[in-house]
Design a protein around this ligand. Sequence first.
Ligand code: 13P
Length: 256
Amino acid sequence: MRKKMVAGNWKMNLGMAEAKDLTENILKECRSLSQDQLVVFCVPYIHLHTVADVIAQANHKQVKLGAQNCHDKQSGAYTGEISAAMLKECGVSHVIIGHSERRQYFHESNEFLKAKTNTLIAQSMQVIFCCGEPLEIRNAGTQNEYVADQLKESLFHLSAADLQGHITIAYEPIWAIGTGVTATTEQAQEMHFFIRGLLRAQYGNDLADKILILYGGSCNAQNAQELFANPDVDGGLIGGAALKAETFLPVIQAMN
Ligand code: 13P
């Protein structure tokens, strides 16, 4: 039995007071998480301390603090960047790497994401590694090859122990992100099964059966339960619906 995870990716949203209120309101309502369920708040850097304090006060072991990016270098002249070690000091355990918005707007390559992944593992941190195809690739029917290349080029150099110990994969088809067009439950399951198959071929059954594969892209209160019921969908990476307690809580509850 694999664990389940729901991670909220706030992206560049919410002010400080809103961040505090939202986290408090959600934590009040999710006391009944079981040991095999995890909730992660991936918040803007500037809100990490605020949200870390709220999580610490709730003293809830199944709730973790996440960031949305980090740099691959330890320190140095990289104006505007944040290192993995700095995030760790703030109480961050999980970092999203390779979100399609980082790939698209900040031109992050598979090679750069490989370097970031290595840095996070060296810091004993958890990576939520995003993959997913644009619409034209889906329309051409070559999404499997596209996603396979993303995973192979950024992750398949890792040892089985590092991959199993530090990586959660998030499949986020770009055409579903923020569009209200969710992948159908069949499309999600098909891709998750394919990704697990790649891991099985490369690393064997034990790893493939344990690794978490999240779905992201217009996942919300209405469709989370159906998506999470798929055998290879282990939870979700949630954007818009993570910004309000009334829309995020049902997604958390869909893990049950
Ligand atoms: P939406 O849930 O807003 O579609 O965003 C998904 C996402 O990009 C999460 O990382």
